[in-house]
Design a protein around this ligand. Structure first.
Ligand SMILES: Cc1ncc(COP(=O)(O)O)c(C=O)c1O
Length: 422
């Protein structure tokens, strides 16, 4: 027998395997086998780790599935391909959704590309917009997946971080102070000339909403420089205060602005994959070419049911009522979380403006703190480092999964506090 050559994975994948996301690592640590190996009872573990919602999807939406699946004709249709950008009727309903809930004006199907959730769409959007060597500006901290997504898109992409959290004061930095975020943005933008600026509204992990003044400055600079401004609206429907004016921005008025949207969080459709991009028609055309090679078409059943549900729920007012009700649930879960942190732990934390999270200062390297806390208390939180250097000493606490069991939130934070005070 001759010798065989080891069959290698791509260099890029090998490199990425060696830099796994710290969040994935932690979630792995919380798997059942590891919990048992730590001597803990899995039933006793309280996890603040999950970035997911747990309210119920609209009943009328579930009924739309029943209707489609129970009729042999529509069920057969749900097994067909749609257009690569998605079914026209569903894209029209998504445009109505945005006008109805947020006052986005002038949107039509030509501004919308549907996909299999915002994760897939974000990566394909990066492919659509970026060339090797381009620079992307992200907030620090921000959603941990962007870096990996960028690494898979093109070689030598550079990331420049705009610090928005002050780890000394544990506050979201003011925009317009003499040494506020606006000044840093202009300095970094001029020095690095990013092709794309991307932020989340509200952001993950901080649940802070970038103020209108900063978004307006970003718009002005990116538009003048011929750069893109993308806003990740994964949590757009979870807002605890009046949304800023940019929630209504449309690619019709601002052709360099791109919205990244998801049905995961508002409709509790995390695993029923459906999301969309809102952008100028030229971006949608480019994205269509990319989508032809990545998904061919979005999931037809999801599109059919979403289109049917929205067509009725916008007209009869039940969509607005549903979103308001879900918002009230998360606002209350956020309040319970903050009260429990203040009462049982007493460390600095941010007040969420929406979304599913808060971040808390633990005053030491959270990569060490988190496994120690899990072992000692059976409580899981996420270390901050994966979101950015500014919260290396902080943890993300997600109240999303426990939105209907607030007593678990209080119990988890009580346990954590008792251990931290020892
Ligand atoms: C900021 C942000 N964007 C995108 C996503 C992924 O959403 P999707 O389920 O649509 O892929 C998440 C999920 O946690 C997120 O936090």
């Amino acid at each position: 027998m001759g010798s065989t050559t080891a069959t290698a994975l791509s260099a890029l994948v090998q490199a990425q395997l060696h830099s796994p996301s710290p969040i994935r690592q932690i979630m792995k640590m919380a798997e059942r086998a590891n919990i048992l190996a730590m001597g803990l009872d899995p039933a006793d573990v309280i996890s603040f780790g999950g970035g997911w919602v747990n309210h119920e999807a609209p009943e009328a939406f579930r009924q739309a599935y029943v209707d489609v699946v129970s009729d042999p004709v529509t069920f057969h249709q749900s097994g067909a391909y749609t257009a690569t950008l998605g079914d026209l009727g569903c894209r029209e309903q998504i445009a109505r959704f945005e006008a109805h809930l947020f006052g986005v004006r002038g949107l039509g199907p030509e501004h919308i590309a549907l996909g299999m959730g915002s994760t897939q769409l974000t990566k394909d959007l990066f492919t659509t917009l970026l060339d090797p060597g381009d620079t992307v500006m992200l907030l620090d901290p921000t959603y941990a997946n962007y870096e990996g997504q960028l690494a898979f898109v093109a070689p030598n992409l550079k990331i420049v971080r705009l610090p928005v959290l002050d780890p000394d004061t544990w506050t979201y930095r003011p925009v317009s102070d003499p040494d506020g975020v606006a000044r840093d943005f202009v300095r970094l933008f001029d020095a690095h000339k990013p092709k794309l600026v991307l932020f989340g509204a509200p952001d993950n992990p901080t649940s802070q909403i970038v103020p209108q003044a900063l978004a307006a400055l970003m718009l002005e600079r990116t538009a003048a420089a011929g750069a893109w401004l993308a806003i990740d609206f994964a949590y757009k429907c979870q807002y605890f205060e009046a949304p800023p004016a940019y929630y209504a921005w449309s690619p019709v008025e601002h052709p360099n602005v791109i919205g990244i949207h998801s049905n995961s969080k508002w409709a509790r459709g995390l695993g029923r994959r459906l999301g969309w991009i809102e952008a100028a028609p030229a971006v949608i055309d480019g994205l269509e070419r990319v989508l032809q090679c990545s998904i061919l078409c979005p999931d037809t059943l999801e599109q059919m049911t979403m289109a049917r549900y929205l067509a009725r729920a916008i007209d009869d007012g039940s969509l607005r009522a549903y979103v308001d009700h879900a918002n009230a649930l998360y606002r209350e879960a956020a309040r319970v979380t903050l009260d429990a942190i203040d009462m049982h732990i007493g460390h600095r934390r941010l007040t969420p403006s929406g979304g599913l999270y808060t971040v808390m200062d633990v005053g030491r390297n959270a990569d060490e703190f988190v496994p120690e806390a899990l072992k000692a208390t059976g409580v899981l939180v996420v270390p901050g480092r994966g979101f950015g250097a500014s919260i290396a000493n902080g943890v993300r606490i997600s109240y999303g999964p426990m939105v209907t069991t607030p007593e678990r939130i209080t119990e988890g934070l009580r346990r954590l506090g008792a251990w931290m005070r020892q």
